[in-house]
Design a protein around this ligand. Sequence first.
Ligand SMILES: [Zn+2]
Length: 384
Amino acid sequence: MKIKNRINLLLTLLFLLGINNSFSQSNKFKVTLDAGHGAHDFGATYHGHVEKNIALAVMLKVGKILEKNPNIDVNYTRKTDVFIDLVERANIANRADANIFVSIHCNANKNTAADGTETYVMGLTKNASNLEAAKKENSVITLEKDYKQKYEGYDPNAPESLLGMTLMQEEYLENSIALAGKIQENFANDMGLKNRGVKQAPFMVLHKAYMPRVLIEMGFISNKDEGERLDSEQGQNDTAQAIAEAIVSYKKEFFGEVTNEPVVEKPIRRIYEKPVEEIKKPDTVKKTEVIEQVVNSIDEKGIVFKVQLSASTKKLNLSPSNFKGLKNISSSSTNGLYKYMYGATSSYEEAKKLLQEAKTKGYSTAFLIAFKDGNSINVQDAIK
Ligand SMILES: [Zn+2]
């Protein structure tokens, strides 16, 4: 090959790489991280451990891990010890058009024996201890200027009043549950922490964010052992690693596969041993329900791909007018949660086209699901 040709080839390659790069930039997975509290809002404080500081430290560590991934864009509601309104935290995520919003907190209970981690998704609950958690986190709005005007009609002492304010954003419920489940799983499996489950409660900060979103209670600052873990360098590193890995795993599952995903070097992680003696806990911290993954049963043989559009507690008529004009909508329901799906095909190629079509119609969080003989299976397995 002549030198000139080689140069041309090289230029062409560089040009193509450039296009590829700008494409992947716009196609990045966007994460908004939120460290609870800040400045004069300390959050919970016990035994010298301060929630606002722990939340910030862990959140910055999560961000540092995620920023190493070239396919992820991270933005933050705060990176220093400042006070930010709850609605503004959500709006930072809304303006960034984030794919997920992750709010990081520590739990506390007068019963200092209470321990373990829990991750919340937005929603209705009658469970007293869930409502109590929401009340605690929502009460910080009383520190905001003009909160009565800003959150008109909302009583921070009655978190359930939040639900009457506007129509609930339930489009993202199932994705939120999936993300929360991954976080809880990593806490339990990688760190040996007690899993208090994925829970639902009306949190103001989640309510105002329009994307899959979770609020993590990383452990009880009021518990002596957990407080020490949360306030230690090693404990924060491990907690951050568990959260970051859950986010990457969620991205892989719901944001399409990227072949050049960097391999994350895993630091050595501690397993946090539980005390041998099981401590008796009062009713307020009794084991609460884990929202179970939805199980489908669909009357079809062989492998079938469908596009999941949304999940909701509302039962909708399957007519195209309810689904932005899309036809061939099916639904399934489990435990009061309705899943709405578009199309049905045995071809993965065809399914990808259907997914694209759904996204074009405005279902930006739609994703593919697969069934074998009517049972839900992993999409990767279905492709095989
Ligand atoms: Zn908090």
